[in-house]
Design a protein around this ligand. Structure first.
Ligand code: AMP
Ligand code: MN
Ligand code: ZN
Length: 898
């Protein structure tokens, strides 16, 4: 009996604790997940700065990257940023030997401000401004910032004045293009006059990577001259008799159009600077004359030195060991002002202030707001003083604190940030036991995670991206096995050379969807493709990353398949995967009876003789391997006359075999060289040879060719479509025993390729899609069906004519008629296998085929982590995206533009 009672008690305790654990877990899970999307105020009220496409300083905790002047422009995609001053040498040179052009001010330089000024808001106007300024010896500059509704602040206006004109540059409209002014600002032969430039210099770096070289700061001149004041208002009054209302500097400079007063204020800040600088320089020279004739320019030199010194500053984001730390300290000291030491503040007060400061810091970054807009210091102190017990109480504490501090403030209190995220804030205050290291990542996920409450923007994106990336990359490390490392080094080096030398940055660029999901890795060209079409924004510079501005079709979530994310491999794993893929390719070749390489080719003119002949022995004599053919032709063209005659005969014989054994000419050699080349290779050859390349002509008139085409078609197995290499028409022979035999017709000329608008996409692209060469995975080279393999700037479809391609399951696109496959690669092999599978077993076999490739990959690499949803047996379809050049609805309009 007693036993039963005890047992009952234990059961009750166990189930109660189990229930409460379940309850708490469930509660937290709901807090995290069941957040209505519309809860954040920015969802309905996007900000002006969200239209910026290139933001250099985002709100993440990562360091600011400076511009890097690059003389080696050939390494595209190489590191373009650094943490050194890109114009340090130019500026230091000026400090030793200043160049001041102010005495050149023309006699008739009028002090008055005219009615007219130039409002610069288009790219063209900006270009014109840059051109106009490049002809000036000196111009004056001032900038206006907006800082209330932005975390780091941004330049809202730049005023530039020359002797003739006042320009107001709308740096919101032109935000992404302001780099146009970099050359004039960095030109040491053009003086720039600012007043109190210390901040402007940094702001220009932060927003536009604009660096000021050759500055004359009128405030520094005042210092040198020991003026009683050095404010601009003072100088304006003293030298120009102009009064200005400095209260306007706190206006909201985002507004458009600017009010009359604001225009007047902005112009005034720059317009008189040239004149004032001129006066100050004259005074400084005067001073010098009075002292000693030796150093006539001592004062001017000093003012110039101090000015240029300010230009050597480098913008940096404030990075704190723990976010909000410095704000918390300043609140402690202010709160305790006159009340004793910081340590006397209760530890709860300190703890709450720290939490609130950290929360405010994160929230301000997420929403791109200033700290003071998100939550004031007063409000933080008030909350920490007496921690509210309900969320309603929390709101009124904030409102009251702000009212007490400044009853005339026009800022909303509590701010929309607090109101939108009241739950989190309240939770943060209640959760005394929790470690804030855990809370903040969770809050970030609540806000910006895949079903987060807040709007993703170019400013907050990297907060998420960087944390994501960490997870992604960490899992790829520690895969190198120590003992094998040395033995592998040689092959690794070879591998690196093989794959990474072709293009310096290989697939290290990231493409993210608008909600923060990593879609894939790709190369720089693809990023540029999206950016040129305004389809994406740059979210990270190094390594580059973009965020798509449209909702891509065929996204993982769309069909519950989290699949089309390329798997990033380290070099060693890549090598393993590659080896396995090569092995599997050989197996496939055997299984399907499709040889990996084209064994033999023969010129079409001679093919008639061969195919007409019944002796297969003759075929063997006549054909030649494409590689052998090319090597022989190349050697003969280059070194023919200087070769030992025996060697020359051997090589000539090889080429003759291609031409069915007949005598060959120089022109034949050139034709032979082109056999099996992809258009890309042909153009490369053409470039290498210069434009003097002698074109060989197709030997048959179009009519005859047509006839021949159809007549040979009858002798070719109808299901095997011709594999075309460049314009050379290659046909597979009908007879089984000749399955390794190709016939080449009408080798095209290089210029033809250019005219026909076939793109320059390296053959490897197609090869990849066909054989999954890179990693053995049918990887998503085409993000969400938008093909970005376009190298041309004319907007024509990336892969040449759109109708040359059609899609199959799993996003494999492959050529129907024109091929960019080189006969020397595995391209034709891949195509033949796919054709064969389709014909014999239908669509489903392709799916199985792809799955097998994935299996080969997994078996070879044994990845410990794969993207969520990545699955060997995955078989989701992918549709073409809205912007895809393969999207049938675009074919009519885009396909014709060649
Ligand atoms: P200014 O060139 O003097 O008009 O100042 C340039 C920018 O600095 C202004 O657009 C403001 O954003 C900022 N600024 C300067 N002084 C203040 C101030 N006292 N309060 C707020 N913002 C200021
Ligand atoms: Mn100003
Ligand atoms: Zn929000």
């Amino acid at each position: 009996m007693e036993k039963t009672a005890k047992l009952k008690l234990v059961l009750v305790i166990v189930s109660v604790s189990a229930l409460s654990i379940m309850f708490i877990t469930e509660y937290r899970r709901r807090r995290r997940q069941k957040r209505p999307r519309s809860s954040c105020y920015l969802r309905n009220d996007p900000k002006l700065q969200f239209s910026f496409k290139r933001v250099l300083a985002d709100n993440s905790y990562s360091a600011f990257k400076h511009f890097k002047t690059s003389d080696s422009t050939d390494d595209v995609g190489a590191e373009r940023t650094s943490n050194l001053h890109p114009y340090e040498a130019e500026i230091t040179a000026l400090m030793v030997n200043p160049k001041l052009e102010l005495e050149l001010l023309s006699e008739e330089f009028g002090l008055e401000m005219s009615e007219s000024y130039v409002w610069v808001e288009t790219e063209l106007q900006l270009k014109e401004l840059a051109a106009a300024l490049s002809k000036e010896r000196v111009f004056a500059v001032d900038t206006e910032q907006h800082s209330l509704r932005s975390f780091l602040g941004f330049t809202a206006l730049i005023q530039v004045s020359t002797q003739k004109e006042d320009y107001l540059v709308d740096t919101i409209a032109l935000h992404d293009y302001m780099g146009q002014l970099r050359p004039v600002f960095t030109d040491p032969s053009i003086s720039k006059v600012f007043h109190g430039a210390d901040n402007d210099v940094l702001w220009l770096q932060r927003d536009f990577h604009i660096y000021v070289v050759n500055l004359f700061d009128t405030a520094k001149a005042c210092e040198v001259l020991l003026k009683p004041q050095k404010s601009l208002a003072y100088l304006l009054e003293t030298y120009c008799g102009v009064t200005t209302n400095k209260l306007l500097q706190r206006e909201d400079w985002r507004q458009r159009p600017l009010s009359m007063e604001m225009v007047q204020y902005a112009r005034t800040d720059a317009h008189y600077l040239l004149y004032i600088a001129n006066c100050l320089i004259a005074e400084m020279e005067q001073e010098n004359e009075n002292s000693s004739p030796d150093d006539k320019f001592r004062f001017v030199l000093e003012a110039s030195r101090r000015s240029n010194m300010a230009c050597l500053q480098l913008y940096a984001k404030e990075i704190e060991a723990s976010p909000g730390e410095s704000a918390a300290s300043s609140i402690f000291s202010r709160h305790l002002n006159g009340q004793g030491a910081i340590s006397s503040a209760s530890s709860e007060f300190q703890d709450v202030v720290r939490r609130l400061c950290a929360w405010r810091d994160l929230m301000a970054r997420v929403h791109d707001e200033s700290l003071r807009y998100a939550l004031s210091d007063h409000a933080i102190a008030a909350i920490a003083d007496k921690v509210p017990t309900t969320s309603k109480d929390l709101l009124s504490t904030v409102a009251q604190a702000d009212l007490n501090a400044d009853s005339s403030s026009s800022l909303p209190s509590p701010s929309p940030v607090v109101i939108s995220h009241l739950d989190d804030l309240y939770y943060l205050l209640q959760d005394k036991i929790g470690n804030s290291d855990d809370i903040f990542p969770m809050i970030l996920q609540n806000c910006l995670g895949s079903s987060g409450s807040c709007r993703l923007s170019i400013f907050n994106y990297a907060l998420l991206v960087n944390s994501n990336l960490k997870l992604t990359l960490v899992s790829k490390q520690n895969m190198v096995k120590n003992s094998k490392q040395v033995a592998r080094k040689a092959s690794r080096d070879l591998f690196v050379q093989k794959f990474s030398c072709k293009s310096p940055v290989y697939h290290n660029c990231r493409i993210y969807a608008y909600d923060g999901r990593l879609l894939c890795y790709c190369d720089q060209k693809k990023l540029e493709w999206y950016l040129r079409r305004d389809l994406a924004k740059v979210v990270d510079e190094n390594p580059p990353a973009i965020m798509l501005l449209f909702e891509p079709k065929g996204r993982p979530e769309d069909e519950d398949n989290d699949f089309y994310i390329q798997i990033l491999l380290c070099v060693d794993c890549h090598e393993v995967a590659h080896a396995a893929a090569e092995k599997h390719k050989k197996q496939v070749a055997e299984d399907f009876g499709v040889p990996l390489f084209v064994r033999k080719v023969v010129d079409a003119e001679e093919a008639g003789i061969i195919s007409g002949s019944s002796e297969s022995a003759k075929c063997n004599e006549a054909g030649v391997s494409p590689l052998q053919l090319r090597t022989a032709a190349m050697a003969l063209l280059r070194h023919g006359p200087r070769m030992p005659s025996k060697r020359r005969e051997e090589l000539t014989e090889i080429v003759m075999r291609y031409f069915g054994g007949r005598e060959i000419t120089e022109e034949d050699l050139e034709r032979a060289l082109l056999v099996g080349m992809s258009p890309h290779e042909i153009r490369r050859l053409e470039r290498k040879k210069g434009l003097a390349f002698k074109h060989s002509k197709g030997s048959l008139p179009p009519d005859a060719e047509q006839k021949k085409n159809t007549s040979t078609e009858t002798s070719v197995v109808p299901d095997l479509s011709a594999v075309n290499s460049s314009d050379a028409k290659v046909e597979r022979f009908s007879r089984k025993e000749d399955s390794e035999f190709f016939m080449v017709k009408d080798v095209g000329t290089p210029s033809l390729h250019r005219d026909s608008g076939i793109d320059e996409t390296p053959s490897a692209v197609v090869e990849n899609n066909l054989t999954s060469d890179r990693s053995g995975v049918s990887d998503a080279n085409n993000v969400s069906g938008v093909n970005a393999d376009d190298n041309s700037d004319n907007g024509s479809p990336p892969n040449g004519k759109a109708d040359n391609y059609y899609a199959k399951n799993d996003g494999i696109a492959y050529p129907k008629h024109k091929s960019k496959l080189s006969l020397l690669g595995h391209g034709p092999h891949g195509k033949q296998v796919v054709d064969y599978l389709l014909k014999e077993y239908g669509d489903d076999s392709i799916r199985q085929f792809c799955q097998r490739w994935r299996q080969v990959f997994v078996e070879a690499v044994h990845p410990r982590f794969l993207p969520a949803g990545w699955d060997i047996t995955h078989s989701g379809r992918r549709d073409f995206g809205e912007f895809s050049v393969h999207n049938p609805s675009h074919k009519a309009s885009r396909g014709t533009k060649t």
